[in-house]
Ligand binder design. Structure first.
Ligand SMILES: [Zn+2]
Length: 403
């Protein structure tokens, strides 16, 4: 593909809203240089990628992935046994699967040591915002990734190390998690004061903090400690989901980004660990959708991160299904797609370059077959991907097996 070209589609989503009658987007080098109505005259002499019956969108952004995990059963524990070379192969494969699904940027929240943070993104891979290893308690959820610490000075040093090694966000594990054997989602891993120390140290260094929290008490700890974002935010109790009104109000008033980590291949069951949590607490998927709908209605900002890589129903490239589940939770389609584009860009610190079709933005584009506004599942039907101005060939055999 030439370095300068036009993509024209009959339907479009500009990052915030659907554009009636579609758009043409002109790319030069790695940037978008013009955005016009689809029916406007085409610039003379430029190649045109003309795509009738499609929707053109900004490249999608998955705000919660585990690139070291390759979607096998128990994928995160398999990582521990890999050599550095084997881990690099998994990371690269994960990134290529993401880009073939229209994802042009990912936020990696579960590195093993600094494998993802230390590597250089290649031309054919999505942009990466990385946290390094999640900071967890000794023996806690995800401790095998290398981020276990205890004691105030070690907590501070852990944040400092991430900053010095180039992490762009700090990830804290505040409650237990389903994917670590022996970990209990209902138990909390840090005191309020510990979380506060880490958040203050990160903020002093200019880094945002996101926290893994399932239990309602862990979510309350996150609010007390002033985190910037919460992953999962299930508000789980021994008797299912219970989200106090004051929690909902605080999340909305302080604009704390919540990533419900939706997104699962519908043909596959949830992980055995997730099924066990549902059995034990009585939590249901419908209750979860209702909770997220309530957060949206109250004005809580949401991102559509998928937690990709952790097991077979959540492979890399599953983000389109997370958007579908946000719609099922009651979000209007434009809000759900914004949670994977402009909202995700803002949450990841990428708002000046990604997430919108606007002149000056990096030319990350995706074209899907059909009209996303009428049928959000069109997001799974990838036609073209443009990554930093370069067209990525998506042959039929390479399309992600997403159903
Ligand atoms: Zn995760």
């Amino acid at each position: 593909m030439a370095t300068s070209f036009v993509v024209r589609a009959t339907h479009a989503f500009d990052g915030q809203r659907f554009v009636p009658d579609g758009l043409q987007v002109q790319v030069q080098g790695d940037r978008i240089v013009a955005v016009r109505p689809a029916h406007a005259p085409l610039p003379v002499g430029l190649p045109v990628l003309d795509r009738p019956d499609t929707t053109l969108l900004p490249g999608l952004i998955d705000t919660h992935v585990h690139l070291v995990a390759g979607a096998e059963p128990d994928a995160l524990s398999l990582d521990a046994g890999r050599s550095a070379d084997q881990r690099e192969q998994v990371i690269r494969q994960s990134l290529l699967q993401q880009v073939r699904a229209g994802v042009t940027a990912v936020r990696d929240l579960g590195d093993n040591r600094f494998a993802v943070v230390d590597r250089t993104v290649r031309d054919d891979e999505p942009s990466v915002v990385g946290s390094g290893p999640p900071i967890t308690s000794v023996g806690g959820h995800c401790a095998a990734l290398g981020g276990a610490v205890s004691g105030v000075s070690a907590l501070r040093a852990a944040v400092a190390e991430r900053h010095e090694r180039g992490a762009q966000i700090v990830k804290l594990i505040v409650s237990g998690g389903a994917m670590t054997a022996g970990s209990d989602l209902l138990l909390d891993q840090f005191e309020d004061a510990d979380v506060r120390v880490m958040v203050d140290e990160a903020h002093r260094r200019g880094l945002p903090v996101t926290a893994h929290a399932h239990s309602v008490s862990a979510v309350q700890t996150c609010l007390t400690a002033d985190v910037d974002a919460i992953e999962h935010c299930t508000c789980l109790t021994a008797a299912g989901i219970h989200t106090p009104s004051e929690v909902v109000d605080a999340l909305a008033a302080r604009r704390i980004w919540v990533c419900p980590t939706f997104g699962r291949l519908p043909a596959l069951p949830p992980s055995p660990q997730a099924i066990e949590v549902m059995r034990r607490t009585g939590m249901t998927l419908d209750a979860r959708f209702a909770q997220v709908g309530r957060l949206y209605a109250a004005g809580v900002p949401l991102t559509a991160g998928s937690d990709a890589g952790i097991h077979p129903a959540k492979p890399h490239g599953v983000l389109a299904y997370a958007v579908g589940e946000l719609v099922r939770s009651g979000l209007p389609v434009d809000a759900a797609v914004a949670a994977a584009t402009s909202g995700a860009a803002e949450a990841c610190g990428l708002a000046t370059t990604a997430g919108r079709l606007r002149p000056g933005m990096v030319a990350d584009l995706v074209v899907v077959d059909g009209d996303v506004e009428r049928d959000v599942s069109a997001l799974t039907r990838i036609r073209d991907v443009v990554l930093r101005g370069r067209s990525v060939v998506v042959s039929d055999s390479e399309r992600p097996a997403l159903s």
